[in-house]
Design a protein around this ligand. Structure first.
Ligand code: UD1
Length: 358
């Protein structure tokens, strides 16, 4: 199969290209090498016949923005399926980022979908995100499953990090979020990740195509970009430790996340491209390790593995953060035959040793 990977030069994209190679598929990359993610050796715009210098694949590399109609129209020619990873990621800094999230993620997806429709491509795998859920799954001892409201800044300031039951205000127990959970994006990035899913569903209905939206949980691993305001927490911790500094843990470090290693994520993408059984035309899948971890645990493990100073728990916060979100990835196991394989211990060891991307 010939697969176009948008954002194929990025952190997850590079791992996907490697996995496609391993599975015997051909790949074509379109990537803009955006300046807030890529530094150093950035190729010039246009078509490069081989991309080996900039990534693991020897397939064509098109250096262009996903919003560039002409480039995207050329990129989809002769392609059987598309993996759409190109996006502006992360929580962002403030509302000044909002236009860029909407433009890069929503408009970029629209340009791609139009080109795919015109070229008659029927299979799409979208990089979704667990951020579409907002807070994860919670239950109140008295009121059962509940959806907590966004946390108040006054609560965060006074160190009350756990969201209370919206009915009685009592403490809640966090659980595993399934794909049927209510969707409740709580920052600009999250809103665009949900909108991308909606746009892809429109495309699928109009064209008869199929889309698998893979809602990645916290992806980490070799090739993660260095510390930027848009980087995930594992990259921020790793960059601090490399400088000899302690990782700084926000809140109390007990925030729960599901850390999934990038090679497992790449396998999930290829599994979604080639499902063993036919899957519904529009389908979302959680892609998590299935293991509940905490931010404090990740910081401690990474610091110990790198022989660096232990983490400092600051009690600080970011208003757009949710408290807990961990996944049930059973649907992906059932329908795609995919399960994560890399343990946190092994994954962190490989991550600690591998170079980060400039
Ligand atoms: C992350 C990604 C998001 C992606 C999602 C699923 C970022 C910024 N977020 O969301 O793009 O869609 O995974 O793959 O890339 N924290 C610290 N210290 C720090 C920074 C953060 O303790 O220096 C804490 C935060 O308060 C938060 C947790 O780490 O509780 C996770 O933060 P982060 O990785 O940034 O965001 P997620 O919401 O998990």
């Amino acid at each position: 199969m010939r697969v176009l990977v948008t954002g194929g030069a990025g952190f997850i994209g590079s791992a996907v290209i490697q996995e496609l190679d391993r599975a015997g598929h051909q790949s074509v990359i379109i990537d803009s090498f955006r300046a807030d993610v890529h530094a150093g050796d950035v190729p010039r715009s246009g078509l490069h016949r081989g991309s080996a210098r900039f990534g693991p694949s020897s397939g064509p590399l098109i250096v262009a923005d996903i919003r560039d109609h002409e480039a995207v129209t050329a990129a989809v020619v002769g392609v059987d399926a598309v993996v759409h990873l190109a996006a502006k990621v992360g929580l962002g800094v403030d509302l000044d980022d909002l236009e860029d999230y909407v433009s890069s993620n929503d408009l970029g997806t629209a340009v791609l979908l139009r080109a795919m429709a015109r070229a008659g491509i029927g299979r799409l795998v979208l990089a979704g995100s667990m951020v579409v859920y907002g807070e994860g799954a919670y239950a109140c001892a008295e009121h059962g499953p509940v959806v907590p409201a966004p946390r108040l800044e006054s609560d965060l300031l006074s160190g009350h990090f756990e969201p209370p039951c919206p009915v009685c205000g009592q403490a809640l127990s966090p659980g595993l979020v399934s794909e049927d959970a209510a969707l409740d994006p709580r920052n600009g990035y999250a809103a665009t990740k949900l909108h991308q899913e909606h746009l892809c569903a429109v495309w699928a209905r109009e064209t008869g195509g199929t889309v698998a939206a893979l809602r990645f949980h916290n992806v980490y691993g070799p090739g993660m970009p260095r510390d930027t305001p848009y980087a995930g927490v594992a990259a921020i911790f790793r960059s601090a430790l490399e400088r000899g500094a302690a990782p700084t843990v926000l809140e109390d470090g007990k925030q729960r996340r599901d850390f999934v290693e990038v090679t497992d994520v790449a396998r999930a993408v290829v599994a979604a491209l080639t499902p063993r059984e036919p899957i519904p035309a529009v389908r979302a899948y959680n892609i998590g390790s299935g293991r509940v971890g905490t931010i404090g645990e990740l910081a401690t493990l990474l610091a110990a593995t790198m022989g660096g100073p232990p983490p400092v728990v600051t009690g600080g916060y970011r208003l757009g953060d949710v408290r807990h979100v961990t996944a049930s990835s059973e649907r992906a196991a059932r329908e795609l035959g995919w399960r994560a394989r890399v343990s946190l211990m092994d994954g962190v060891r490989a991550f600690a040793d591998a170079p980060m991307r400039l």
